[in-house]
Every structure is written in structure tokens, then in C-alpha cells.
Write a protein that binds this ligand. Structure first.
Ligand SMILES: Nc1ncnc2c1ncn2[C@@H]1O[C@H](COP(=O)(O)OP(=O)(O)OP(=O)(O)O)[C@@H](O)[C@H]1O
Ligand SMILES: [Mg+2]
Length: 364
């Protein structure tokens, strides 16, 4: 079993910096998701962990030992890509057995392990069928099985579910999670899909433009995003972020949201607000945390989007826009009318309008 430490890791292609100064320790047996939009440097990071790409700066350590000069085949990593690498002329059984045979595993042992993994991944019914002609879903499951059967101490998966259909993706999310639970490998999982990261990972590393922005458990990142990018990227829809101005009201500080109304600040945020050098501030709150109220903030309702049990309310007021997510069974606001809602004290987040950084509650 293995701990992975990335220390000041960087990668440039000519003048272009694909990854800058990444510091991240992935614990033995941890499921870590690397999450971020296309081009943020996720695959670059993975390929360096795997040994397919040499870092431009910094180091990578497995269990405290520098592996930068260790070739891929000697690192003990299993790797599954978005585009499954399957030998289509071989049967499912032969594909599963391929790596074991290369390792010189005895025939009896090999048969046992192929059988066990075929059962685990529900590939048993097609064990003797040629891989050519199997569906994309099955091929991707086979690609995962072919790597997992070698029981690598480190298992790297780069967007393994992006080519499979939505229903199968949901099934595989729980299967991959239980596979990892069973074998306890250190798992690094690259995805641009925040739902995948939120549902599977022990911790998530959020990246953008070659930089690591925040590392934390899914709940830490959801509750206390480090900056405006993470706040908007996590959640579906993401956090509402509106321009505000701090105002002194009697002996407490409130935030005035121009044209919408004002919100009182809870004590924990009073001190943080006092440290700002200008009255301008960004106010963040999650769409699912607001509720209809007699008094609070008022916005104009545009589109009311009903998605079964939930309703997404799209609102605007001047240049500001925000969303609310409500249970459809409660009375939802009407389109083209004003709607007044309250933001609970503990749902309010403040962010610096210049740097975009959260003012308090940064977990790392
Ligand atoms: N060999 C290369 N030469 C030049 N630029 C590269 C090379 N490999 C990657 N890049 C650039 O580095 C940046 C990061 O690429 P990377 O593949 O790591 O992104 P990613 O986060 O995996 O994105 P995606 O979600 O699209 O797979 C991109 O802008 C990409 O164009
Ligand atoms: Mg990629």
C-alpha cells in the first residue's frame, strides 16, 4: 500500500505552464479526486504520477521515496484511461488474464482470480466472447477489471466513465467505490464532473489553470469553498455570488445588496468583515439554502425550471443574478413576479472582491 506525495510539482511545455507548484499528499488507501475544467492540468498531473511524463520541477514520492527516475513499469501503478485499451481480438477472459500471465502467475491461481474479478465486475456471462463487438459500457468495465486484477498498490483512473452512458456511469460510481473499499488501494481519480468527485472521493483536489485551489473532503469543499472559482464549480447549480457593501447598523455590521435588500452578518463573519479595507465584499450562499420569507432579499423571477422533485428558480435584479433550488412540493415562486427570500445566518459566506478568496472558513 502506498502514500503519494507531490512536492512543488510543476510541468511546462515550452513557455506554457501546464502545472505550477503542486503540493498534495494522498494518504495510503485514500480515494482522491483531481477535479477541474478541461485543460486545468489533471491528466498532466496523473501522467507524472504514472511515470509517463517527467516533471519540469519538484518531485513525486511513493512512501517517502523519490520515484521520478523510476520507470512506469516499476512504479506498481495501475492506470485506466478514458479511451479503454482493450485487445479486441482477444476474449474477455484473455484480456483479464493478460497482465497476470505477464507477471508469471500460475495457471490455477490465474483462473481463480479471473473468475473472481469477472464475478465482481459482472463480466461472467461474456467471459468467452471476443472483446470486439462488446458495448462501450462493457469494454470500459473490462478495462477497469484488467488493471484492477493486478491489485496495484496505486490505482490511477483518468476520466474512465466519460464515454459511457449516464445510467451505467451511476452504476460504475458505486462499483468503483466498493472495489476500492475492498482492496484498499490508493486511488487517484481524474474527472471534470463534480458529481463523480463528490460521490466517490474521500477528498477532492480542485484545480484550475494549472493550479491547485483547494483540497478537502467533499463536504468541506461544498460548505467552505476557498474562492469564487471553487464556490461556483461545486454544486449544481453552483453557489450564488453577489456584490455587496458593508454597512454599520447600530452596533453590528450588515451587508447591503444593492436593489435586493440587506442581510445581517452572524458574529463569526463580523470580525472577518472588519478586516476588509474597503466596504466592498462578495456575498455567497447556496441556491438550496434559501427559502421564501416575509422579509429578506427580493429579486425578480425569470425562468422557473421544474425537474421532478426539485424546482430551480432563476432570478435577476439589475446586474445581479441568482438561483434558488426548492422542493417542488412547497409553493414555488411565479415567473415574472418579484420573490422575497431569506438567507439563513449560517449559509452566508463572504469573499474578497479583489482576490476572490473566502474571508473565513478556509479549511486549508
Ligand atoms: N504535450 C503537450 N504539449 C503542449 N501542451 C500540452 C501537452 N500536454 C498538455 N498540454 C496542455 O497543458 C494543459 C493541461 O493539459 P491536461 O491534459 O493536463 O488537461 P486536463 O485537465 O487533463 O484537461 P481535459 O479535461 O481536457 O482532459 C492544456 O492546456 C494542454 O493543452
Ligand atoms: Mg485530461
Amino acid at each position: 500500500m502506498s502514500e503519494i506525495a507531490l512536492e512543488n510539482l510543476g510541468k511546462s511545455f515550452g513557455d506554457f505552464t501546464a502545472l505550477a507548484d503542486m503540493n498534495l499528499t494522498i494518504a495510503n488507501g485514500e480515494f482522491m479526486a483531481l477535479l477541474g475544467p478541461s485543460g486545468c492540468g489533471k491528466s498532466t498531473t496523473m501522467n507524472m504520477i504514472a511515470g509517463m511524463l517527467r516533471p519540469s520541477s519538484g518531485t513525486i514520492k511513493f512512501n517517502g521515496l523519490d520515484v521520478v527516475d523510476v520507470p512506469m513499469a516499476k512504479r506498481g501503478v495501475g492506470f485506466v484511461f478514458q479511451n479503454y485499451a482493450i485487445f479486441t481480438h482477444m476474449s474477455v477472459r484473455e484480456n483479464l488474464a493478460y497482465g497476470l500471465r505477464a507477471q508469471g502467475v500460475r495457471a490455477g491461481e490465474m483462473t481463480k482470480r479471473v473468475q473472481a474479478f469477472a464475478e465482481l465486475l459482472q463480466l461472467e456471462p461474456m467471459l468467452d466472447r471476443p472483446a470486439a463487438g462488446l458495448s462501450v459500457n462493457i469494454l470500459q468495465r473490462l478495462a477497469i477489471g484488467r488493471s484492477a486484477i493486478l491489485e496495484p498498490a496505486i490505482f490511477l483512473l483518468d476520466e474512465p466513465l466519460s464515454n459511457v452512458d449516464a445510467a451505467f456511469r451511476a452504476v460504475m460510481r458505486s462499483e468503483l467505490k466498493s472495489l476500492q473499499g475492498q482492496f484498499g488501494q490508493t486511488m487517484v481519480y481524474v474527472t471534470h464532473d463534480q458529481l463523480e468527485a463528490m460521490t466517490m472521493a474521500d477528498r477532492i483536489a480542485v484545480m484550475d489553470h494549472g493550479k491547485l485551489l483547494q483540497v478537502g473532503t467533499p463536504l468541506e469543499i461544498y460548505n467552505n469553498p476557498a474562492d469564487t472559482f471553487v464556490a461556483r464549480f461545486i454544486g449544481a447549480p453552483g453557489m450564488n455570488i453577489l456584490n455587496g457593501r458593508l454597512t454599520q447598523q447600530a452596533d453590528t455590521v450588515a451587508v447591503d445588496l444593492p436593489g435586493l435588500g440587506s442581510v445581517a452578518l452572524p458574529p463569526a463573519l463580523q470580525a472577518a468583515a472588519a478586516r476588509l479595507t474597503t466596504p466592498d465584499v462578495l456575498v455567497g450562499f447556496r441556491p438550496e439554502q434559501i427559502n421564501a420569507a416575509k422579509a429578506g432579499l427580493t429579486m425578480h423571477v425569470g425562468f422557473v425550471e421544474r425537474i421532478g422533485a426539485r424546482t430551480i428558480v432563476h432570478m435577476e435584479q439589475g446586474a445581479a443574478s441568482a438561483k434558488a433550488v426548492l422542493l417542488s412540493e412547497v409553493e414555488t415562486p411565479k415567473a415574472r413576479k418579484d420573490w422575497t427570500f431569506a438567507v439563513p445566518d449560517d449559509a452566508i459566506r463572504l469573499l474578497d472582491p479583489v482576490t476572490g478568496q473566502a474571508l473565513v472558513g478556509r479549511p486549508n
